[in-house]
Design a protein around this ligand. Sequence first.
Ligand code: FES
Length: 196
Amino acid sequence: MSTGTTVAKAKTTSAQQNAKTADVQVPGISRREFLSYAWIGSMALLLAQTGGILVWFGLPRFRAGEFGGVFTLASVPTPGDPPLDNPQGKFWLSATEEGGVVALYKVCTHLGCLYKWVEANGRFECPCHGSMYERSGQFIQGPAPRSLDRFHMTITTTSGTFESNADGDPIVIADPSSVVSVQVDTGTRLKRAGRV
Ligand code: FES
């Protein structure tokens, strides 16, 4: 191949590369502008993702009426009544001897069996290893390491609204017939510290 032919081929290749480069250039947008737009786009995407995550975590994780969410009841048991069983919410709504109302998690604090209300004995009893608890959830005897766990409650009556304290202690209602609604938040289990 002659030198002239080689030079001609090189010129042709160079001309083709220039033509390709000309094809990808965007008229009117410099490299600096392109990078600015790309950066702005990335930041907008990041902000949108962050906002979406915040909204996601801000939404309640459980709907009302499913375990983990809030259950609304229309009445409370009165002292001497058997506790009200709520299978979906996994709690007993129990009236204590002193006129208080408490929401008790249905799982035994020993090894997690479902304890039962035994009307004949007037107490909760666990069929697995024999732990027993009073209406208030107070430990009586057995291998359970602590009294029954509770859920936070909000009780609305015709004379006002009452909320559980941090320990979920029974809420004393002077007139159970004045109760308008009872809200039990099964997303806030209040663990007992021990058998007391
Ligand atoms: Fe209830 Fe053991 S699981 S006593």
